[in-house]
Design a protein around this ligand. Structure first.
Ligand code: SF4
Ligand code: SF4
Length: 442
């Protein structure tokens, strides 16, 4: 049998969009385009660099995105990356804000003075159903609607009305319909979950701002009474029916207390197998000038703040080491860049980002009049410059979060560069995943 050709005979090069980190006497390679990682010993890594891999190994690493036929061409093709992803997408995700009302009175509420008794009416709900129906092109295979508020479960009747109509429409086209709730959790009883699950309810993201004293301080009912016990009970009562994701909002002074919440949940029987995901995020500074002063002072407006980098690493470790699931590092495509995805406000106004709802100048249309061009107002191509195209973090960033940029500077020009944050965290995040989620190498 003739010897197998060596990798040097194959036209393969190392992808531009990879990061390499030492791991004891081995190396972790991470493809930022594919979110794939592999651990190689020194000999294998040397073979990658000098092109002497066996064809089988070259093929495996090429399949994982570490090797490409031509690194220059790969980079030259990146400006079309999001257009290709949009063209290939078979999924549609829509966020709908059903009301701006709430039964809680959170200290840092993002809706500030927008909050009130504004509810989506029947006419707008019907327009919304028609909008979704017209977006279900033959390419689409699945549809998810995120019901937002205020508190979406204050509009339970409307959730049932919209979901039953959309479920029928989607299923008649062979499309799988699901919906999710972003809810404070106080109204998510077992009865509600049982009623909504047959209509497509897949999961809910519930917020717990740390242990009871902290949570109750930040998220009381309007009466002033704490909401923690009710929410935990509702999670226990529903986690066998739907997927419950737990979120929480921390600030610099309290994030170290959040791991105690995880211990409490486990003691209460809400073990990792019962919770689909846990992720804590910083309280974001508001752009609403009339928001409470304590919120304006504590909220962050950049992912690169040193304390925030440390908090993110520490909390992720605490989540993983207790066996809970948390999102992996993966390409970050902002909703603004996903052509078919929209946010529909309770009054029918269309937006491209949930955080920009109600911000003048960022409506991109209305269910009644249709869509306007938003490429310029939303700075769509902000990452198509030499620096970003040459940046190995590009697929994890694509110019960062335009909302954060707006918070800091009052406009969307330029990028919200994540480089300091990724420089400081990516290596640790990957090593956390290897430690807690990868099967040991033989
Ligand atoms: S601008 Fe930021 S907050 Fe808004 S959709 Fe994009 S990534 Fe999300
Ligand atoms: S904004 Fe910064 S991190 Fe993001 S792609 Fe551009 S240079 Fe890289």
């Amino acid at each position: 049998m003739s010897p197998l050709p060596r990798f040097s005979l194959l036209p393969m090069q190392i992808s531009h969009y990879i990061k390499v980190y030492p791991l004891e006497d081995r190396f972790v390679l991470f493809s930022t385009k594919r979110a794939s990682s592999v651990v190689l010993d020194r000999d294998m890594y040397d073979s990658v660099k000098d092109g002497s891999l066996s064809p089988e190994d070259a093929q495996t690493l090429s399949g994982l995105g570490f090797l490409v036929p031509d690194a220059k061409e790969e980079r030259a093709a990146m400006p079309g990356f999001l257009d290709e992803a949009n063209a290939a997408s078979t999924h549609l995700n829509t966020i709908v804000v059903l009301n701006l009302d709430c039964n809680l009175s959170c200290r840092y509420c993002y809706e500030g003075t927008m909050k009130g008794r504004s509810y989506m009416d029947q006419e707008t709900a019907d327009l919304f159903v028609r909008h979704v129906e017209s977006s279900l092109t033959p390419r689409k295979k699945s549809l998810n609607i995120d019901f937002y508020g205020g508190e979406p479960l204050l509009s339970l009747k409307l959730i049932k009305y919209i979901s039953s109509r959309i479920k029928d429409i989607a299923e008649s086209k062979g499309i799988i319909y699901t919906f999710t709730l972003v809810t404070n959790g106080t109204l998510l009883t077992r009865g509600v979950a049982e009623e909504l699950a047959p209509l497509g309810l897949k999961g809910a993201k519930v917020t717990l701002d740390g242990i009871k004293p902290n949570h109750d301080k930040y998220r009381p009912y309007k009466s002033g009474k704490g909401s923690f016990d009710r929410i935990v009970q509702n999670i226990k009562d529903t986690c066998d029916i739907i997927r419950i994701g737990i979120g929480g909002n921390f600030e610099k002074s309290n994030y170290t207390s959040f791991p105690v919440l995880l211990d409490y949940l486990a003691e209460e029987g809400l073990t990792p197998g019962k919770i689909s995901s846990v992720k804590f995020d910083p309280i974001t500074r508001t752009h609403n000038e009339q928001a409470p002063a304590d919120f304006k002072d504590v909220g962050c407006d950049s992912i690169n703040e040193p304390w925030l980098i440390e908090a993110g690493v520490v909390l992720r470790e605490e989540i993983l080491k207790r066996g809970y699931n948390t999102p992996k590092v993966s390409p970050a495509i902002c909703m603004i860049d996903i052509h078919d995805d929209f946010v529909v406000n309770h009054d029918g106004a269309l937006y491209k980002c949930p955080a920009l709802i109600g911000t003048s100048g960022f409506e991109v249309g209305d269910l009644r009049i249709g869509l306007r061009q938003y490429g310029e107002s939303h700075n769509l191509d902000n990452w198509k410059n030499d620096e970003c195209l040459g940046c190995e973090y590009l697929p994890l960033c694509f110019g960062g979060c335009r909302y954060m940029k707006y918070l800091r500077d009052g406009d969307l020009s330029g990028v919200d560069c994540k480089r300091p944050y990724l420089d400081a965290t990516l290596e640790t995040f990957l090593k956390q995943d290897i430690k807690y989620r990868m099967r040991p190498l033989s």
